[in-house]
Each structure stands twice: as C-alpha cells, then as structure tokens.
Write a protein that binds this ligand. Structure first.
Ligand code: ADP
Length: 183
C-alpha cells in the first residue's frame, strides 16, 4: 500500500530490510553500535565488515549512540548506499519515557536523512523485536512521526516501512488508515 503526504510517498510492504534499494535503510541498533541480533545482525551480515569499521570510528568519536539518537554509515555491500543506525527504547512497561524515545528514533533518523539529502529511506519496526515494544503502540508512534515529518519536509520523498511478518504489516497499515481516515 502507498499513500501521499504532501510530496512524500509513504509505503508499507512486507519484506527484508537488507534487500531494499532505497538510498538509506534504518538499522534498529543498540547503543554499543557493535551489532546484535534481529535487524542489526542481518544488516551487518549482508552489508559486510565495512559497516562495523565505520561504527567503530563513530564509537571512538562519541562512544556509541544514545537511545533515540541516530548516526550514519555507508551501506557496505548492501543495495542501499547508507545505513542510518538508530537506537529504539527497550520496553519496560511504558512508564520509562519509551514513547518519546521511540518517536525520537524515527524523527532523528528522518532528520539525519534530510540533512544528507537522502531521497528515499526504509524503516523496520523499531523496538518491537528483542526490545519488546507492543506492536500496536509502536506502530501508532511510527506512523505519527512519519506523517508529521512528511507534512513538514520535502526530503526524503519516499519513506517505506518494511515489515518482516504479514501480521506486523496488517497492524501498521491499519494504524495508518485509522490515523489518516484513508482506505
Ligand atoms: P529491536 O531490538 O529494536 O526490538 P529487532 O531487530 O529485534 O529490533 O526487531 C525489530 C523488528 O524487525 C521485529 O519485528 C523483527 O521481526 C523485524 N526484523 C528482523 N529481521 C528483519 C529484517 N531482515 N528485515 C526487516 N525486519 C526484520
């Protein structure tokens, strides 16, 4: 499914983030930036050692990446030219600023993409794997952040949500339709 917000196309697909040919893909990283499981492991595996080398330079410079922040490396062997590494919050029940931090992860990734002049970007479902964020609540935050950013900015002109399961895809699409009144 795809929708238009001002000049930005917003897409929802089921797929593998490492296979996306958008100019940037987003990694659901952890603050060490040293790799992990899930999306993070898949990106480092498919992208090769160059991504980790660049992450290590960022670590040397700023000591990692705080929750809600984002950093950028090249895409190594991936089809995408860049990887934007952002750190979503671990779910601790909702009373630990999780919603604001998840929103920050989306907004700061989009902001970084815009500053770099990136025209297309693909997001996985940040925090809803190992970090256990409830999918419906995470989808509402993701959708709201993307809608607002697309309403106020020209770049990126394509924002794609790449969901790993059909169940997650249905949740994200339904959330978008509820939020926008579109069908
Ligand atoms: P987090 O630690 O932020 O929760 P995870 O990587 O554990 O991140 O999971 C985030 C979401 O990404 C989960 O829904 C998981 O199923 C999904 N996922 C895992 N691998 C991929 C992939 N290769 N492409 C897209 N989504 C993926």
């Amino acid at each position: 499914m795809q929708f238009l917000v001002n000049h930005t196309r917003v897409e929802f697909i089921r797929g593998d983030i490492t296979r996306q040919d958008t100019e940037a893909i987003v990694n659901a990283a952890n603050s060490s930036l040293l790799g992990g499981g899930g999306v993070d492991g898949a990106i480092h595996q498919a992208g090769g050692p160059q991504i980790l080398e660049e992450c290590k330079k960022i670590i040397a410079r700023q000591g990692g990446c705080s929750t809600g922040q984002a950093v950028i490396t090249s895409g190594g062997d991936l089809p995408a030219r860049y990887v934007i590494h952002t750190v979503g919050p671990v779910w601790h029940g909702g009373g630990h600023n999780e919603a604001a931090l998840l929103r920050d992860a989306y907004c700061n990734s989009l902001q970084l993409a815009q500053v770099k002049g990136i025209k297309s970007i693909a997001f996985p479902s940040i925090s809803t794997g190992v970090y256990s964020y409830p999918i419906k609540q995470a989808a509402a935050i993701a959708v709201a952040a993307v809608r607002e950013f697309a309403g106020n900015n020209e770049l990126p002109g394509l924002i794609r949500f790449v969901l790993f399961s059909n169940r997650d895809l249905v949740v994200y699409q339904a959330t978008w339709e509820e939020a926008t009144g579109s069908r």
